[in-house]
Structure formats: structure tokens, C-alpha cells
Design a protein around this ligand. Structure first.
Ligand code: PLP
Length: 388
């Protein structure tokens, strides 16, 4: 039995209520999904605008495959860089108002590549404690010194930045915290970066497509837009959430992008994503701009949900985004609630440590523009029933 120790670890996880399971979808992603042959009303995806199954994206993908085929066949620097990638990079840079952009196959890879390419052993990273796992892994891979600051605690960050340091300084943050739904204090973060001459990497996986005019993202969410038009900001966003497809990009000054092309190992040593996917993302960008109603609908549903869940024994966390976590605390209670909803035909995932801190297990309700008011009403009444 060479793997006895592994089985022991799995058994321990199971008794702690921490074993993770995968559920098999037999339909497209959306508010109605089929899982194990049964239909569910789902509040579990990051497809916030309901674009993952949109006919215009599917059509763009099909046209893209007619022109470019399917596989990219090589990495970008060998022979896998297509016109569709190039066109999308330009469109993304323009959309988020940065001089240049670079596509990656996923957000995880974009974070690994950017951080590793920009800082090293002699440098220092300052990171919010609730940052996404991909940013945490990126810091380790970069071998830079790491100082984590308490969530959104600007005084704590200022204290760390004030310590003398001769190397580069990079502050890293989620723009919308993925398991909490709250926002980073971007104007304050930028001001500190200016004061202490640090760079600012903003991971906008959950803000892109959602916040700001036309869904241009978190940099456009703040009242005084010129505030966040700083060359110091290195902007990252993913294309598999609100954009409904797959992949990610970094947008920044040209010199930053040029550096990534030369140094980012997760860009260089991996096959380029299928070019037709870029065609589909271009279609999402058009819908971001054309269909403002999707965001309007989202905000309406967020208010409806928050008002409807008042009085439950569990509190909604503070969030103005489509991520609306219901804080349960205990791992097993969170799982039991999630399962009880499932028997009622509603799918809301339980999120447990280590994805979130110990003692803060939660139901992560995520809303989509494709939900109706009746869908949200159904979730509200199911949760009130379960509370009794
Ligand atoms: C989802 C997510 C990522 C990873 O993006 P993928 O494209 O799914 O690899 C990175 N950062 C944050 C904050 C995320 O939520």
C-alpha cells in the first residue's frame, strides 16, 4: 500500500467536513443547469452577465473556427499567435484605457506570470490577506519577500511600505474580493503606491464586465475616473467570468507588457489559447457595451436579495457586487444548508476553509443578469424555510 498516508489525509478531511466534490453538469452554464439528470436553479457560477451560453458568442466562436481552426498549435512566441489574439489584445487595451494588453490562457497563469516576471528575490510584495489563491501562489513563485497586510487595512499597509527597502515594491490586491464580494480601496491603495513609489497590481476577475461604465471594470468604478488612470497600475482581468468565455489578460504600460512577453514563464511556455476563443471574447465586449440592461438587472437583483434575507439567523456579508455570501460559520452547517437547498432544486455552493478563513464557512450566492425576480424570490423563501 504505497499511498496509505494519502488515504489517511483524505479520511481526515472527510471527518472535518472539508472533502471537496465535483458535480457533473449535463447542460450549458446558466441559471438553469442539469446536474446528475436533475434540473436546478443555480446561484453558483461567475457567469454574472449570463453570457456563457449567449448565441452571439457561440456564433463568433463558430466563425472563428472556420477561419482559424481549433487548436493554436504552438505557444505565442513560436507560431501560435493569431490575428484574433492580436485584435482582442488591442480591443481590451482600449476598453480599459491602457496602452497595451497581453492575453493569457487563464487568470491563474496571468497572475503567476506577471508577478514572477516583474519582481524577484531583491524585491518586496505587499499583499492583502484575502487575496485570491493565484496571487498567493504567484508571490511564492516570484521568490520576492512578502508582507501581507490585514484585509483593506491601509494603515497596516502604509506601515509596511514605510520600512526602508532598496528593491522594487509591488502591492497586490483583488479589486473585488472573490469570496466576500467587497471592494479594494483602490484610490487609497494608489495614493500609498505613489507616496512610497510602489507598483500596483489589481486583479479584477470579478469587476471586469460588472463595475464601471459599460463594465469597463473597477478602475472605472470610482467617482473621479482620472484618479485611477495611473501608469503605475498593472491591471489584470479574467475572461471566463462575466465575459463568459475563458482566459485572462494583463493591461498596462507598453514597457510592462514587453517585459511580460520576454519574462513571464506562464506566457512563454504554454500553448496559446484557441484563437476562436478570442473571437468569442470580442463578441462579449460588444455585448458589455450594447446591453447595459444586464448590469441594471444585476443591481436590481442584488437589492432584492439583500432586502429579502433580512431576519435570517445568518447574515449576508457586506457586498455591493453580484457575489453575496451568507456567513454561516461552521463547515458542516454550511454544507448541510447547501444540501438542503439542493433537495429543493436550488444550487448554492458552500465555501469552506482553506478557501476562506477558519470559522467563516459560507454559502456563496452569486447572482446573474439572467436570473429573474422570481428566481431570487424562490431562493429567499427557501432560505427562510430552512431557518425555521
Ligand atoms: C477566478 C479568479 C482568478 C483565476 O482566473 P481563471 O481564469 O479562472 O484562472 C484569479 N483571480 C481571482 C480574484 C479570481 O476570482
Amino acid at each position: 500500500m504505497p499511498f496509505e498516508a494519502l488515504q489517511d489525509e483524505l479520511d481526515t478531511r472527510a471527518t472535518q467536513g472539508l472533502l471537496r466534490y465535483r458535480h457533473e453538469l449535463q447542460s450549458a452554464q446558466g441559471t438553469r443547469v442539469k446536474v446528475n439528470g436533475k434540473p436546478f436553479l443555480s446561484f453558483s457560477s461567475n457567469d454574472y452577465l449570463g453570457l456563457a451560453d449567449h448565441p452571439q458568442l457561440l456564433a463568433a466562436l463558430q466563425t472563428g473556427t472556420q477561419q482559424y481552426g481549433l487548436g493554436a498549435g504552438a505557444s505565442h512566441l513560436v507560431s501560435g499567435h493569431f490575428s484574433a489574439h492580436e485584435e482582442l489584445e488591442q480591443a481590451l487595451a482600449e476598453f480599459v484605457d491602457k496602452p497595451a494588453a497581453l492575453l493569457f490562457s487563464s487568470g491563474y497563469l496571468a497572475n503567476l506570470g506577471a508577478v514572477q516576471a516583474l519582481v524577484g528575490r531583491r524585491d518586496k510584495i505587499f499583499a492583502d490577506k484575502l487575496n485570491h489563491a493565484s496571487l498567493n501562489d504567484a508571490m511564492l513563485l516570484s521568490r520576492a519577500q512578502v508582507q501581507r497586510y490585514r484585509h483593506n487595512d491601509m494603515a497596516h499597509l502604509a506601515q509596511s511600505l514605510a520600512q526602508p527597502h532598496s528593491g522594487r515594491k509591488l502591492v497586490i490586491t483583488d479589486a473585488v474580493f472573490s469570496m466576500d464580494g467587497d471592494l479594494a480601496l483602490l484610490p487609497e491603495l494608489l495614493a500609498l503606491c505613489v507616496q512610497y513609489d510602489a507598483w500596483l497590481l489589481v486583479d479584477d476577475a470579478h469587476g471586469f464586465g460588472i463595475l464601471g461604465e459599460h463594465g469597463r471594470g473597477s478602475l472605472f468604478h470610482h467617482r473621479d475616473l482620472s484618479d485611477l488612470a495611473s501608469p503605475r497600475i498593472i491591471y489584470m482581468a479574467t475572461l471566463g467570468k462575466a465575459a463568459g468565455v475563458s482566459g485572462a489578460f494583463i493591461a498596462a504600460e507598453q514597457v510592462v507588457i514587453d517585459t511580460l512577453v520576454q519574462n513571464a514563464r506562464s506566457y512563454i511556455y504554454t500553448t496559446a489559447s484557441p484563437p476562436a476563443l478570442s473571437c468569442a471574447v470580442l463578441a462579449s465586449l460588444r455585448l458589455f457595451q450594447k446591453e447595459e440592461w444586464r448590469r441594471t438587472q444585476l443591481w436590481k437583483l442584488v437589492s432584492q436579495l439583500r432586502a429579502g434575507l433580512i431576519g435570517l439567523p445568518w447574515a449576508l456579508m457586506h457586498s455591493d457586487t453580484p457575489i453575496q455570501p451568507l456567513l454561516v460559520g461552521n463547515n458542516n452547517v454550511a454544507v448541510a444548508l447547501s444540501e438542503a437547498l439542493r433537495t429543493r432544486g436550488i444550487w448554492v455552493p458552500a465555501i469552506r476553509p482553506p478557501t476562506v478563513p477558519q470559522g467563516t464557512a459560507r454559502l456563496r450566492i452569486s447572482l446573474s443578469a439572467a436570473h429573474s425576480e422570481q428566481d431570487v424570490a424562490q431562493l429567499i423563501s427557501a432560505l427562510h424555510e430552512l431557518a425555521h
